[in-house]
Structures are given as C-alpha cells and as structure tokens.
Design a protein around this ligand. Structure first.
Ligand code: GDP
Length: 604
C-alpha cells in the first residue's frame, strides 16, 4: 500500500437478505461470533455497520474442508459482512446502476421454503444484478437431523440417517424448483459443476453452526474465481456510500459509510449528497468501534484512526453533515482543481433519483436516497408515473402538487410517504383537498397499498364514465298499451334486447329521433332501468305523439351518440353482453345510413 501504483484485492462486501424470521440475524451473529473467536490477536473484526471476517479466520474455519476440496486457498484479505440485514438497508448500499454489495446471501428457512420477502429480495437482486448464494437455513429442524454443532456440513452429513438425508434433499429440491421458476438454475453447492451458470444452495444451521465453514469457503472461492477484477483497488481517492446519518454524542451529526474503493484519510475533502444539493466538507475524524467491544452494548465507544483502506465500514465526523442523505455517494476530492467535477458528478447522480417534474404522476417522499430509488424504480415497473420524488417529510407543497394532478388523473392524487413524517399543515391540507397520503415503513407494503388504491380509483372512474354512456337497447311498443298519446307520451313496451334507462334518447327503425325516456315504471314502481325480457311502461319527453311519429307495434332503439359508440367499440367493449352487442350492431347499421362515419371503421 506504499506506492501509488500498487494494487490489491479488497474484501468482498456481502449482504444478507431474506424473509423475516428465516434466520438472517442469527446467521450474521454466528459469523461474527466465529470471527471474534478465531481471529489473531490485534485483528479488527468490528467495523461501523459491518463485520470483518479476516483471512486468518477464513483459513482456520475452512481448514477441515481441505480433505473434501484439496485445492482450497484463501487469497482475499477477508470478507466484509454488512451488519443490518434486509431490503431497506440494502437500498442504501446503492451505487450508480448497481449495488455496493458484491455478493448477497439469500437466507431461506429450509422447512418453510420461499416466502413473500424471499421473492422480493430475489427481484431486487435480479434488478441490481448482484450475484448471490442461497443459504438453506435451519437444517437442524429437518426431520431426524442429528446436529453436530460447528462442524462442516459435509462432515455432519456422514452421521445422518438415510431418512434425514432424503428429507433434506426433498426440502432443498423445493427451493431449487422455486428458483427455477424465477429463472435461475440452482443446486446444492457440492453438486454444482459451473458456478457461473448455477446458483449454489448451501445448507446451514445458523443456530448450531453446521455448514458455516462451507458457506465461508464458497464465498471465498466464488469471489476468487469470478470477481477478482471487480475487487481490485489501489491507493487512490476513496469512493463510498452513506449507509446512515447519525447523531453521535460529542461529534454532532456523523455519517456511517461503506468504503468500497481506495483509501479514505482524515483531512480528506469529500463530496456527498445533501437535501439541498451537494455538500463539500473536510473529514475531521474517522471513527471505528473500539476493539473487543460489542458496538451495540457500548454505543459510542469509538477509536480515532488516521485512514481506512477499502473495503471498510467507518464513521465520518465532519462539519455540515446535518443534511446528508443516506444512500448518497461519497467521493474524495483529490485536488482543488477537480472539486467542480466531483460536485457535478454527485449532482448528476442525485438528479437521476430526485424528480421534480410537472406531468401527471404520484408524489413520493422517502427517508433516504436509497429507498427513494428503490421506490421509484418499483413504480416504473408498475407503470405508475412519478411527478415528484424527493427525500424528506411530506410538506404542504407535496399535497398541493398531488391535488393538481388529481384534477386530470384522480388515480394519481396520492402522496407516498416512506418512513418520513407528514407535517401537520400538510395533513390538514390533505384532508381539505381530499389527497390520499399513503404511509408505510415497509417498501412493499406501501407499493401494495398504492396498487390497491390506483385500481380502486380506476374502477370508480370507469364506473362513473360507463354510467354516463348510453347503452344499446331495443324495445317494441306493445299494442293495446298506450296510456297517454302525448305530453308526454306514455306507452307499454317490451325490452327485446339490451337495456333502457331514464335519460336515454330513442330513435325509430329508420333513425329518426323521437325524444328522451323520462321515466320507467312497472305498475307503481319507478325503475332505474329495464333489461331484456321485461315489459314496462315508459314516458317519452319530446314532440312525439302516438299515432304520428310512433305507433303501437313499432320498434325503437336507444340513439347512442357518436362519441359513446366509439367508447363502446374500443375501451368498454368487454362491458357489453352478447345481447347488447347484437343490438349495437343493429343500431350502427341504422345510423350509418345517415352518417357513414358513425362507429368509425371498427368491426363488431
Ligand atoms: P431474521 O428475522 O431473518 O433476522 O431471523 P432471526 O435470525 O431473528 O431468527 C428467527 C428465529 O429463528 C429465531 O428464533 C432464531 O433463533 C431462529 N433460528 C435462526 N436460525 C436458526 C437455525 O438455524 N435453526 C433453528 N432451529 N432456529 C433458527
């Protein structure tokens, strides 16, 4: 690391994803525990927001596997595991067009198999193109399994009954077939021939530790074989990402960062994204957890360091970090001359995520740049446009924007609030303007609620529009049922096809308009509509007299306006019954005689 040209392979950055309760935390705890127990004196395993498994530990843990895999070597300096599992933190590990994570562990409870968040995690990994290994966890719960704590999986296999082995294979096969459905070829890791084509499934028990040696060996092997190029770094200005922005007693606002490239030094000038544009600041202090202490038990127990080398998790203390955004890139400015360029790079990267548009679309507010990006990219897949996407609480202005959208696109009259506050004045404005604010702190639940809402509004709007369209209807004036000859004419009719409703205009068989239905009655009951097969009395408003314009036994049709017929033939065709379609055809034939363009060129 002395000269500027020296290169080295850094530790891969590994994240853990999977369904709730499938054992992500337990797995990370087990790996961390292993690292602490087996490390050499003086080796640091605890980073900020991450845990390091150094090469010395990898070598010791994988040693017993050497009899199965004689060519196993450890050439990487270690593996950096991100401490917090789950979608939200993963979103913040963003990097332009991808992820800071080099590899993911997708934890699946071997007994429960794929669950909702397993699929969600898989989709995120697909989208971000992050390679992954499936951890089939909780093998100790497979029927008949006899645990051999902390042994390798292959060692433990030897002492299992045929029945337990068969049960395990059955469970793994279910996982493999789910992966296949999702477009991935997969197999138990010891049966995989080509790791570039096949996803490896590693059976482990995070509780007993069985399989942990294989998991660490597999990560090491995969990285060494296929990822070395991505992991090359050198003594150059650092690049990283903000995982969290945190208040730290004695240090003010600090950022917890993952450095994935280069070397970060105290005194470096860095650029990162803030709520109001790029922040340029100088690193006052770099902090790491004090060795041999559990961060979570001794919060604030930091030690000051002069520099960190990628890959690392570190806390940065500097001025002006109050507005910093989690999920933001951090770039070190190598010299004053290029400051402008670096600021521009950060601004451009952020402008791909923060949207301040004016078209129809939803308003999205999220707590971090990472979750905002995850939300907008999911909305894109759902085909839901975005008008505003920004970080921060929901303000009056956000509600106002949604209300403007609502005038022309009621289904998008909504503000999505992910893990942010809704300011009181925004809340009251939303009530007055009838703007829907959807709030959630689980991305997928927020999206589900939005989907439900959009569908509901679309159905409502469709019903409203449909309600206003004149439907096809064909009636016959019953002979002997003329109750009143005019002003208005009241006659008994039989509905021969389709339906009639008050307000519908009527025409004769030759296309002559005769008036509008005023009321429909069945004895003393006033009806909202009359459908095919029914006989009712109708009153007709207009200059119409029975015996002149119409007569007993005449056929009448609803006179569907031209713009309505076009909607029936296109958007709402599926809303018509077979019987209504037949009547519509007759109506079009009648209308075409007077207006050849009636019904356009659509065929029924
Ligand atoms: P997370 O929500 O994915 O982080 O899941 P946790 O790590 O909190 O685990 C959920 C539950 O499963 C806890 O009660 C764990 O003790 C249990 N658990 C996790 N791993 C194993 C395992 O390998 N075997 C068994 N039997 N239980 C496990």
């Amino acid at each position: 690391m002395g000269s500027d040209t020296e290169q080295w392979i850094r530790q891969p950055i590994v994240v853990v994803l999977g369904h709730v309760d499938h054992g992500k935390t337990t797995l990370l705890d087990k790996i961390r525990g292993t690292a602490v127990a087996k490390k050499e004196p003086g080796e640091i395993t605890q980073h900020v927001g991450a845990s390091m498994v150094p090469a010395s530990v990898l070598k010791k843990v994988t040693e017993p596997l050497r009899k199965f895999f004689p060519r196993l070597t450890v050439d990487i300096p270690g593996i950096l595991f991100i401490d917090t599992p789950g979608h939200e933190l993963f979103s913040n590990l963003r990097r332009r067009g991808g992820s800071v994570a080099d590899l993911a562990l997708l934890v699946v409870d071997v007994v429960e198999g794929f669950q909702k968040q397993t699929y969600e995690a898989l989709n995120i990994l697909k989208e971000k193109r992050v390679p992954f290994v499936v951890v089939a966890n909780k093998i100790d719960r497979v029927e008949g399994w006899v645990s051999k704590p902390d042994s390798s999986f292959l060692e433990s296999l030897k002492s299992q009954s045929q029945r337990a082995l068969a049960k395990l294979d059955e469970r793994i096969y279910v996982i493999v077939s789910k992966l296949y459905e999702q477009g991935f070829e997969a197999d138990r890791f010891d049966r995989v021939r080509d790791f570039r084509k096949t996803v490896a499934v590693v059976p482990v028990s995070a509780k007993t530790g069985e399989g942990i040696p294989e998991l660490l060996a597999l990560i090491t092997g995969l990285v060494q074989q296929f990822m070395k190029k991505r992991l090359v770094t050198k003594n150059e200005p650092a690049k990283g990402v903000v995982l969290e922005v945190k208040e730290e007693p004695g240090f003010g606002t600090t950022v917890d960062a993952v450095i994935f490239d280069g070397v970060l030094k105290r005194g470096d000038t860095i650029v990162l994204a803030g709520k109001n544009g790029p922040i340029v600041t100088k690193i006052r202090a770099l902090l790491m957890p004090r060795p041999l202490q559990d961060m979570r038990m001794h919060e604030g127990a930091f030690t000051l360091i002069d520099q960190v080398v990628a890959a690392a998790g570190v806390k940065i203390s500097a001025a002006n970090l109050d507005d910093a955004l989690a999920g933001s890139p951090i770039y070190v400015v190598p010299s004053d001359e290029v400051l402008g360029e670096v600021v521009k790079a950060v601004r451009e990267e952020v402008s791909e995520i923060i949207v301040r548009g004016s078209g129809n679309g939803v308003v999205v507010k999220a707590d971090t740049l990472g979750t905002l990006e995850a939300l907008t990219s999911a909305l894109k897949q759902m085909n839901i446009p975005v008008r505003i996407a920004d970080v921060g609480p929901v303000t009056q202005n956000d509600v106002l924007e949604a209300s403007i959208v609502g005038k022309t696109a009621p289904e998008y009259k909504v503000v999505l609030a992910f893990n942010v506050k809704v300011l009181p004045e925004a809340k009251s404005l939303a009530e007055r303007e009838n703007v829907n604010i959807l709030y959630h702190n689980v991305i997928y639940q927020l999206l589900e609620e939005l989907d439900k809402w959009v569908k509901e509004v679309r159905t409502r709007e469709k019903m409203k529009e449909l309600e206003q369209l004149v439907r096809p209807g064909k009636i016959r004036i019953l002979p002997g049922y003329v109750f009143r000859r005019s002003d208005p004419a009241i006659v008994g009719v039989e509905v021969l096809g389709g339906r009639i409703k008050p307000g519908y205009p009527l025409m004769r068989e030759d296309g002559t308009e005769i008036g509008v239905i005023l009321q429909i009655r069945d004895k003393d009951q006033v009806l909202k509509e009359a459908v095919v097969g029914s006989s009712v009395a109708i009153s007709i408003k207009g200059h119409v007299m029975v015996g002149r314009q119409i007569d007993e036994g005449d056929l009448l049709y609803t006179s569907i306006p031209k713009d309505h017929v076009n909607l029936w033939l296109t958007k709402y065709r599926s809303e018509l019954s077979d019987d209504e379609l037949l009547v519509l055809k007759e109506i079009i034939t009648i209308k075409k005689k007077k207006d050849p363009f009636y019904g356009g060129f659509y065929q029924l």
